[in-house]
Design a protein. Structure first.
Length: 315
C-alpha cells in the first residue's frame, strides 16, 4: 500500500480531465491509480510526465473553495506546511489549484497506517510503542516550534513505512477536518483522539496534539481507545464531561505512574498537560523504567521498537 496522506473510506471528488494517454490528470500530473478517498477528496499515485517522479497527489473538494473565509484559513494552514522540513514529515512538493479545487503533491511512501494495526483488543509493549512514536513526537514538537499545529493526530495519520521510518501525515488538513466535523458529514475528524477544546471551538495550540498522542498510546497499550462508546456523539460527550480514563482499569499490570501521566496528558484543561510531545514520551518512559528498575532482558529501546514494528508489519 502506498500512502501520501491519511484517509477514511468515504466519498470524495475526482478529477475528470484526461491526457492523450487516457490517464486522468491534475495540474499536469498523470493519475496512475487511486489509493484512497475521503470526505476531503481523493488520494492518487501520480507521476509528473517530465520529471518522471512518482508522488502522492491529494485532491480537495470544491466545497472548501466555495467558502471564501474558510478557504483563506485552509490555504494559510497549508502554506505553513510548505515550510516544514523534518525527517518524519512527508515532503510537500507542490500546492496548487485545478480550476476551483486545490490539490497537494507530496512524497509517496510505501507502507501502512497505524490504525490498521489497532483494534480487536490488540495490545503492544508500552516501551516499544513509546520508542516507535519518538519520530512522531519529534515532528510535532518541531512543527509547534514553528507555530504549526496538526489538529488531527490519529492512528490513520501515522505511517509505518516499509523502510522502517515512522512518519506523520496530514499536516495542513486539520482546518478541513473542522470544516467537515459533525454526525453525518463523513468528516475525517477522529472522535476517539480529538482534544476537547477543538470540540467546543476554542483556539488550539500544540497541547491539543499532545492530547491526541496520549489517546493513541492509551489505545496501543490497552487495546481500546479512551472514551470508546457505541455512537460518535456519545464518545464526544464523554470526552467533554468525564475525567480521563485510567489504563489500569483495563490492564492492572501497567504502572500507576504510567497511568497518571497518560491521564494528565488527556486532561480537559490544556494547561495541565505536558507542554510538549517529547516531554510526554519522556515522562511515560521514566514512569515505566523507574518502576522496573532497568530495561532488563527486553533489550534497548530501539530494539523494542523494532520488535513492535516487526509485529505491526508482520515481518
Amino acid at each position: 500500500m502506498f500512502v501520501g496522506q491519511e484517509a477514511e473510506q468515504t466519498n470524495g471528488s475526482k478529477p475528470k480531465s484526461e491526457n492523450g494517454n487516457g490517464h486522468r490528470s491534475v495540474g499536469g500530473y498523470r493519475l496512475l491509480r487511486e489509493l484512497d478517498t475521503d470526505s476531503l477528496g481523493s488520494i492518487y499515485e501520480a507521476e509528473h510526465p517530465r520529471l518522471h517522479r512518482r508522488v502522492a497527489l491529494r485532491t480537495i473538494g470544491t466545497g472548501v473553495a466555495r467558502d471564501v473565509s474558510f478557504s483563506r484559513r485552509f490555504l494559510l494552514e497549508l502554506r505553513s506546511y510548505t515550510a516544514l522540513e523534518h525527517e518524519a514529515i512527508p515532503k510537500l512538493y507542490e500546492l496548487a489549484y485545478e480550476g476551483d479545487s486545490p490539490y497537494l503533491v507530496t512524497e509517496l511512501v510505501a507502507g501502512t497506517t497505524f490504525d490498521t494495526m489497532l483494534g480487536d483488543d490488540q495490545r503492544y509493549d508500552p516501551l516499544g510503542i513509546i520508542e516507535l512514536l519518538r519520530p512522531i513526537a519529534s515532528a510535532l514538537d518541531y512543527a509547534h516550534s514553528r507555530a504549526t499545529v496538526h489538529r488531527d493526530v490519529k492512528p490513520a495519520s501515522i505511517l509505518l513505512a516499509e523502510d522502517g521510518r515512522t512518519l506523520l501525515t496530514g499536516f495542513g488538513l486539520g482546518t478541513v477536518a473542522s470544516f467537515n466535523t459533525g454526525p453525518g458529514t463523513g468528516g475525517p475528524v477522529a472522535p476517539d483522539y480529538v482534544a476537547p477544546e477543538r470540540l467546543v471551538g476554542h483556539e488550539v495550540d500544540g497541547r491539543a496534539d499532545v492530547y491526541s498522542l496520549a489517546a493513541i498510546i492509551f489505545e496501543a497499550t490497552t487495546g481500546r481507545p479512551p472514551f470508546s462508546s457505541k455512537s460518535w456523539i456519545e464518545t464526544l460527550s464523554r470526552r467533554l464531561y468525564e475525567p480521563p480514563p485510567n489504563v489500569r482499569e483495563i490492564d492492572p499490570d501497567l504502572s500507576p505512574a504510567f497511568a497518571a501521566v497518560l491521564q494528565q496528558a488527556m486532561d480537559r484543561d490544556p494547561a495541565r498537560r505536558p507542554a510538549t510531545a517529547g516531554e510526554l514520551l519522556d515522562r511515560l518512559e521514566s514512569a515505566i523504567t523507574s518502576r522496573n528498575g532497568s530495561v532488563g532482558d527486553n533489550g534497548s529501546a530501539p530494539t523494542r521498537a523494532r520488535r513492535v514494528l516487526r509485529k505491526l508489519l508482520r515481518f
